[in-house]
Design a protein around this ligand. Structure first.
Ligand SMILES: [Zn+2]
Length: 148
């Protein structure tokens, strides 16, 4: 009877039988002790394979869930805020300019043109400052969101 193969040879046999030397294969097939060792190695390899694959699948799914929906969600939410502000500002300025043009056409007869331009400039300044304020608050909200 040949001497027992080394631990490395037994591991090699457990992993890939066809890569082992003929003498090793012949010894293991006739030696209960080496057969038992090889069985332990094979069970070890199987259990490692069974443990690693589900944990990888879980982590991958968790990573995908963590990464993809949250930036998408906040992106569309930011966009909706921006479009709502843009829509409100557009409609408001349209209404105000329409109303003012009618209003000033009537006022033009009784008030001086300087007063009209002053009023128009004030209205414009208020609109611009309100727009800037909304824009600043919007930027602050974006900064707050970035911290999460
Ligand atoms: Zn042996």
């Amino acid at each position: 009877m040949t001497p027992h193969p080394s631990e490395a040879e037994l591991q090699q046999f457990a992993l890939e039988r066809s890569d082992s030397e003929v003498s090793v294969v012949e010894h293991i097939s006739s030696c209960e002790q080496c057969k038992a060792t090889v069985t332990i190695y094979q069970q070890l390899v199987l259990s490692i394979g069974q443990q690693e694959k589900p944990s990888f699948d879980f982590n991958l799914a968790q990573l995908v869930l963590d990464q993809i929906p949250s930036p998408k969600k906040s992106y569309s939410r930011d966009n909706s805020i921006f479009y709502t502000i843009a829509f409100v500002v557009t409609v408001l300025s349209g209404v105000i300019f329409y109303w003012f043009s009618e209003f000033f056409a009537g006022l033009l007869l009784s008030f001086g043109s300087l007063f009209m331009y002053l009023l128009a400039a004030t209205a414009m300044a208020i609109l611009i400052f309100q727009g800037l304020d909304i824009y600043k608050r919007y930027q602050h909200k974006i900064k707050d969101l970035d911290f999460y």
